[in-house]
Design a protein around this ligand. Structure first.
Ligand SMILES: Nc1nc2c(ncn2[C@@H]2O[C@H](COP(=O)(O)OP(=O)(O)OP(=O)(O)O)[C@@H](O)[C@H]2O)c(=O)[nH]1
Ligand SMILES: [Mg+2]
Length: 618
């Protein structure tokens, strides 16, 4: 089944709703106020299976200039425009505005309906045809088929239906593979069901019982039920008008503009870079102009900032720097509220007062790139690819992050990009990091020949301090000349070789502590007595500490590991008991000076816990 969304467009009262009814039998004006006033206020929906394999979903939009914002919420999802111009009236202001909106939103194709043909004579029809040709010249509507119709008499309606079918077979369908996105246009409570949201599924597929995320709120919700064009369905596909019954949320917490999409996959953004086209009918646009931004079904207050360095230089010279009508520029758009947007998404901007459409464009980058002074933003954005985002990040990008920034699941990457676990990083940089790690270890071994190797944290701080710990780990894993032993990294080729004299010293120091047990000797005395110069003796002491043959209890208290182990065993035998400091001194024979540091050490090691004057054995 092919699903194509057809959106009406055109000036108020030109017969859009009447035409949708003539084509489908459905009155898309569903609000009481619409029926009373005889105008469309909000989006209306209808559908028609024009052939067994082709279904058209109609979105009927209001033509009134005050409801263009509602029109925009519908226009974002359409594949084919049903462009309505009353033959009795010709091109009017919202004919133009809707035309520009469809063009800026990248609507692929359209069919032009010259409605109210029963009210127009040959001459009027000719004149209106000429106006339409002028408007459509050079645009997506240039060669659009035209049909004169009357919803009143039914003349031309069958022909229009056939022309729509043919056009719908030519346009590209929405992409049903890939991530799903459903910009919400309505949210309401349905008796017996709870919260229901509706929208056009613009990409992917959605199944019942799926966990989804409501952007930008971050709420995780479950799809309890689905309807496609009013029928219960187990799954909805891109291009289908979809109603989703959600559990875990009240209808009042959901509003038009929010988006249902993959849970945890994307992140709503508060700024993005884009190519912006200013309409020829607009006034010049100043740097930092406030605008209304429309994207998907959302409407958000925003500010337009020029990125082009030439524009910025010009601003320095001339505070009145601006974008000229009909021109395009690279801009950063800052949003008042976060929104889920992806590169390639189209948007429209409207002015604050009067509220008219002034331009639109395409989202290029949502990564929040920080431009360096003098960086050529135009050149960067014009050539931007997913790979660029990896090359720009000094410490790489997680694959997940790249997907969140681009919406592309399996970006093909060249050999310039290397993989380190879940990270993507410039291959040359990864090689360089590994070279620097090796060099750092070499230098360390030269300085500290008696140490097994460098502490891992020291190595990270030396080579890639700002990198995520995980990236560092993966980089380290791939450094072939290095070896990790616990928290220590060394060159594979490095071995601690002690000279005979040093071996003896090492033995002497260790023995001195072992003999003393808990009656810890003064460190300086032991070192002085060991027979080598102080600096060497200290290095050997450090070595014993690193190897955990000796344990540093406090700044000036070092015990042999066996003494600590004995103490632990002794205390473990009385698990749950409480004791005082004097009792502890009595048991261990330790001096008052060392009792407190030792107890504090035991607290840190969670052997004991202090409870006022007592200690509890854990
Ligand atoms: N004679 C004649 N009247 C028509 C025709 N189509 C629509 N009308 C009438 O024109 C009026 C407006 O029609 P709608 O279909 O509501 O116009 P619309 O474009 O949907 O208007 P908005 O949604 O408010 O922008 C209604 O009174 C219709 O009955 C037609 O082909 N011939
Ligand atoms: Mg209408």
């Amino acid at each position: 089944m092919r699903n194509i969304i057809v959106g009406t467009a055109g000036h108020i009262d030109h017969g859009k709703t009447a035409l949708v009814k003539a084509l489908t039998g459905t009155d898309a004006d569903r609000l009481a106020e619409e029926k009373r006033r005889g105008i469309t206020i909000d989006l209306g929906f209808a559908h028609l299976a024009v052939a067994p394999d082709l279904r058209l979903g109609f979105i009927d939009v209001p033509g009134h200039e005050r409801f263009v914002r509602n029109m925009l919420a519908g226009a974002a999802g359409i594949d084919l425009a049903l462009f309505v111009i009353a033959a009795s009236e010709g091109v009017r202001p919202q004919t133009r505005e809707h035309f520009e909106i469809c063009r800026l939103l990248g609507v692929q194709a359209g069919v032009i309906a010259l409605t109210k043909a029963d009210l127009a004579d040959e001459e009027m029809l000719d004149r209106v045809n000429r106006e339409v040709s002028e408007l459509a010249a050079g645009s997506f509507l240039e060669s659009a088929p035209r049909v004169a119709v009357s919803a009143a008499t039914g003349a031309g309606v069958d022909e229009l239906r056939a022309v729509l079918e043919a056009a719908a077979r030519r346009v590209r369908e929405k992409e049903a593979s890939g991530w799903f996105r459903l910009p919400i246009d309505r949210a309401f409570t349905m008796k017996g069901f709870g919260t229901v949201v509706t929208g056009t599924l613009i990409a992917g597929t959605l199944e019942r019982n799926r966990d989804v995320e409501l952007y930008p709120t971050g709420r995780r919700l479950r799809v309890r039920g689905l309807q496609v064009y009013g029928e219960d369905a187990a799954r909805a596909r891109a291009g289908e008008r979809t109603a989703v019954n959600l559990s875990g949320i009240e209808a009042a917490e959901v509003s038009r503009g929010m988006v249902l999409s993959e849970a945890g996959r994307f992140g709503a953004v508060k700024a993005f870079d884009a190519r912006l086209e200013l309409l020829a009918s607009a006034k010049p646009l100043k740097h930092r102009s406030p605008v209304h931004l429309h994207a998907g079904t959302a409407e958000i207050e925003a500010e337009v900032r020029f990125l082009d360095p030439r524009a910025r230089d010009a601003r320095a010279r001339d505070a009145r720097a601006k974008l000229e009508p009909g021109a395009s520029a690279w801009v950063r758009i800052a949003l008042r509220e976060p929104a889920l947007l992806l590169p390639g998404d189209r948007f429209i901007i409207r002015m604050f007062s009067p509220v008219v459409t002034i331009g639109g464009g395409v989202v290029c980058d949502i990564s929040g790139h920080r431009y360096r002074r003098g960086e050529d933003a135009a050149a960067r954005l014009a050539a931007l690819t997913p790979e660029t985002l990896v090359l720009e990040a000094p410490f790489g990008v997680r694959r997940d992050q790249l997907i969140a920034w681009t919406g592309i699941a399996d970006t093909p990457l060249s050999e310039r990009i290397a993989t380190a676990g879940p990270w993507l990083i410039t291959a040359a940089r990864l090689t360089e990091f590994r070279r620097q790690m090796t060099a750092a270890c070499e230098a360390f071994h030269r300085r500290h020949s008696l140490l097994a190797g460098m502490q891992k944290q020291d190595l990270k701080s030396a080579v890639m301090p700002e990198a995520a710990p995980e990236l560092f780990e993966h980089a380290l894993l791939g450094a072939n000349e290095l070896l990790q032993e616990g928290e220590v990294v060394r060159l594979r080729s490095h071995q601690v070789v002690l000279r005979q004299e040093e071996e003896q010293t090492r033995g002497a120091i260790e023995a001195a502590f072992a003999r003393a047990g808990l009656a810890a000797p003064a460190v300086a005395e032991v070192l002085q007595a060991c027979g080598v110069e102080m600096a060497r003796a200290r290095t050997i002491l450090d070595m014993l500490l690193r190897e955990r043959r000796l344990v540093r209890v406090s700044a000036d208290l070092i015990l042999h590991a066996s003494a600590v182990a004995q103490l632990r065993t002794m205390l473990a035998a009385q698990k749950g008991a409480r004791f005082t400091v004097p009792q502890f001194k009595e048991w261990t024979g330790i001096s008052r000076r060392y009792a407190i540091p030792l107890l504090e050490f035991l607290d840190r090691e969670r052997v004991t816990r202090r409870e006022g004057d007592l200690r509890l054995i854990l």
